[in-house]
Design a protein around this ligand. Structure first.
Ligand SMILES: NC(=O)c1ccc[n+]([C@@H]2O[C@H](COP(=O)([O-])OP(=O)(O)OC[C@H]3O[C@@H](n4cnc5c(N)ncnc54)[C@H](OP(=O)(O)O)[C@@H]3O)[C@@H](O)[C@H]2O)c1
Length: 270
């Protein structure tokens, strides 16, 4: 399958108001000269990014303010993105986490994680697949999952489960596609230094976090080269291979100790 050629093409990126999505937007515009549709809830952040990218990179940028945990909003984002019939790619990156004991996660917050990380992503993917599964239509979707979807992560139980869903869903769906010019990539980073991890609960884990610019660069590489499943960072990739040989209970047990230590230290500082 041919690599994506992004120059002057339109790419949708959700969760572009901060972190990985914002950085991928910067690199897609600056290095690859893609026109962007950027979506998230915070209008001010999206409008600032639009002004920055149009000024510095000379690309065109459309802003869509939407809450992707609401299915009708997710539908609207895709309807607006494909309205001109020129969408070439979509990076479904918006996501939320909860780091702590699962029993302390309020039900509303759990539902919000599920709706943002799973329901909204499936809803958008369904609409995008219909659009891209037309004869001759070239393009790709990238779903941003996580290494936390490869094995059960204690104290991020719900998050980890949503990302396991996304990885299985994206990989399975890729193998149902009939248009040879269309692909689905799953991007599964380990920890990244973003707003998501900029929290005292992650203090003990900060040494493991990848700079967001590196994660974004590898994400765009995975997108352009239409990888099936891609983990950024050599150490993460090697670790991931090793972990396949170890019992899930052993890995999850070790992680539980490290994560609990970080949570306890954060609680002591409060
Ligand atoms: N950071 C990590 O360690 C890490 C590791 C592996 C995978 N990931 C994944 O990478 C992706 C990006 O995360 P990040 O680390 O860049 O976190 P982040 O800085 O917190 O960014 C999350 C983005 O998602 C958007 N978002 C959240 N809820 C939304 C909603 N209901 N509707 C619309 N947009 C919403 C946020 O925008 P608004 O708040 O403006 O809506 C923001 O732009 C996520 O899918 C995450 O699971 C992160």
């Amino acid at each position: 399958m041919k690599n994506l050629a992004l120059n002057n093409q339109w790419v949708l990126i959700t969760g572009a108001s901060s972190g990985l999505g914002q950085e991928m937007a910067r690199q897609l515009a600056g290095l690859h000269k893609a026109n962007l549709i950027i979506a998230a809830r915070r209008a001010d952040k999206l409008n600032e990014l639009k002004a920055e990218l149009e000024k510095n990179s000379g690309v065109r940028v459309k802003v869509i303010v939407a809450d992707l945990s609401i299915p009708q909003e997710a539908d609207r984002v895709i309807a607006e993105s494909i309205a001109d019939d020129n969408l070439y790619g979509a990076i479904l990156n918006a996501g939320v986490t909860y780091f702590g004991r699962h029993t302390q996660l309020p039900w509303d917050s759990f539902e919000s994680i599920l709706k943002t990380n799973v329901v909204g992503v499936v809803r958008m993917t369904n609409n995008l697949v219909k659009y891209f599964e037309q004869p001759g239509k070239e393009g790709s979707i990238m779903l941003v999952s996580s290494m936390a979807g490869f094995f059960p992560v204690p104290y991020q139980a719900a998050y980890s489960a949503t990302k396991a869903f996304i990885t299985a869903f994206g990989n399975a769906l890729h193998n149902e596609l009939t248009n040879p010019k269309f692909s689905i990539t799953v991007f599964a980073p380990g920890g990244i230094a973003t707003e998501m991890t900029d929290n005292s609960k992650f203090n003990e884990l900060k040494g493991w976090l990848m700079p967001v610019s590196e994660a974004a660069k590898e994400g765009i590489h995975a997108f352009i080269t239409r990888k099936y499943n891609y983990v950024p960072g050599l150490l993460n990739r090697v670790g991931n291979v090793f972990m396949n040989f170890l019992p899930s209970k052993f890995i999850s047990g070790k992680m539980s100790k490290v994560y609990l230590k970080s949570l306890n230290k954060s609680a002591q500082q409060e």
